[in-house]
Design a protein around this ligand. Sequence first.
Ligand code: NAP
Length: 252
Amino acid sequence: MSPTLSLENKVALVTGGSRGIGRAIALEFAARGAAVVVNYNKSPESAEEVVKQIQSAGGKAAAHQADVSDFKQAEALVKFTVETFGDLSILVNNAGITRDQLIMMMPESDWDAVINTNLKSTFNCSKAAVKHMMRKRVGRIINMASVAGQMGNPGQTNYSASKGGQIAFTKALAREVATRNITVNAIAPGFVDTEILDAMTPETLAAALKMVPLGRKGKPEEIAYAVSFLASDEAAYITGQVLGVDGGMAMM
Ligand code: NAP
């Protein structure tokens, strides 16, 4: 029998752990026994609230501000994790933004912001984390991609490219680090009930949900369960994969 997906004695770093999906992952990891660093960029109160919730349930957590699109800040975030909890066993590259616009109207700054926040951050944090994981000869990296990176989405050339890039990055890095017992996987959520969907009009969202066989938005917790599985010892033989958690939307 499997030891029930425990994350006891693991140290996890969740980028963008202050709100939405990242918050749900941080709480789920802590409930399974991991010590968690809750990274945030602009929402210190939300990050502290997540930390308090974990600590009051008897878990270990710390918040740390870093803009993960910045190479040096990402490096410092990984250093903080190792110094605070003595290890880094699980990295979740979850931080992400949207700046939706048809290409004809999309300013260069919105392209750069989305690519840097969603994709460059994945390189920044993974590079720093892998250095530590290689030495320990064990590790888990989980990248939060999207169905947009698999199917494309009008008005989201920047976002779709960043998420497709994360998927390709996942496969390349998985091949690079497999001999060191480090697995690298991606999750591709569909529409999940968080503030990121506030950018969509109710009409666009209703139309989009028609493409979801299960006929509803996902809950952040439903993403967190899948991430927890990929982070667990039981998922040791899974690497370079993209797990759709999308109500059946993409079916690759
Ligand atoms: P959200 O509720 O808007 O939360 C975004 C999180 O990312 C926040 O914690 C935010 O922190 C953090 N963040 C943004 N820029 C950052 C930066 N430069 N450095 C560090 N942290 C940063 O979004 P969400 O829906 O939970 O999305 C989480 C991930 O899932 C994203 O990668 C998103 O693309 C992906 N995803 C979401 C959906 C969906 O439908 N919700 C679907 C597919 C994929 P601060 O508030 O502190 O800035």
